[in-house]
Design a protein around this ligand. Sequence first.
Ligand code: MHF
Ligand code: KIV
Ligand code: MG
Length: 256
Amino acid sequence: MLTSLADLPLKKQAGERVTVLTAYDYPTARLLDEAGIDLLLVGDSLGMVVLGLPDTTGVTLDMMLHHTAAVRRGVKRVPVISDLPFHTYDTPDQALANARRLIQAGADAVKLEGGVPFIPQVRSIIQAGIPFVGHIGMLPQSVVEEGGYKKKGKTPAQAEQLIADALALDAAGACAIVLESMVPDVATEITRQVKATTIGIGAGSGTDAQVLVTPDLIGSFPWFRPPFAKARADVASEIQRAVKEWMTEVTAKTAS
Ligand SMILES: Nc1nc(=O)c2c([nH]1)NC[C@@H]1CN(c3ccc(C(=O)N[C@@H](CCC(=O)O)C(=O)O)cc3)CN21
Ligand SMILES: CC(C)C(=O)C(=O)O
Ligand SMILES: [Mg+2]
């Protein structure tokens, strides 16, 4: 059970895998903390799975601050990572100012999407002493400009670019790097080459850690689930079952 981001290198050295899940609210954060999860991510995926937006590009910093504070109140020990949303890190100064606000709201570390082109922003955050998590591969905030969600690292040129991005983030001092939707061999190679803890999602089993969007894992958002996410519960059906049972009893005048 991880209680500090500072323990990540020890875990990597020992070959002990790390578990990461998203949380957007107090009860989920508290349940996952009590269940022994290693790290929580207040992901901007909240735009889709909590707020009903079509993708993550409409998520604002205010939304992230609101949900980060709720998650903070729910945890006793687990470190909390929060996403910097789309266009909140266009310059190094903007990235640092917004990272500080997420930390103020209760995050222990911040994450942004991108590799080599965003190293000035990453350096600005890390030099201010804020723990930083990178995110490369399929970048959901780029879904509109890329015209869909596409797996990365299929061509040798793409694989080289991903490795260069990972090495640049590692050299800048990222404590962890999310590797999203990429060819498993590329994720495994990056994991071998970097000091940072790699956190895979749709990137095979060769990473140091795995992350999932919690509603995908528990089956509470049945309308969209990426192909790699296996639902291990059907919370959506359970909610509707309980609601229908109660409705039936109210209608029959047997429930108050
Ligand atoms: N519910 C949910 N779970 C997520 O993991 C998630 C979100 N929402 N919203 C934000 C992003 C979007 N994510 C996605 C979205 C689509 C694919 C997907 O369709 N993957 C295919 C693409 C294959 C290709 O065409 O290259 C795959 O087979 O992995 C993967 C992750 C991950 N994130
Ligand atoms: C899928 C994870 C890595 C994420 O960035 C999010 O939930 O927003
Ligand atoms: Mg995200």
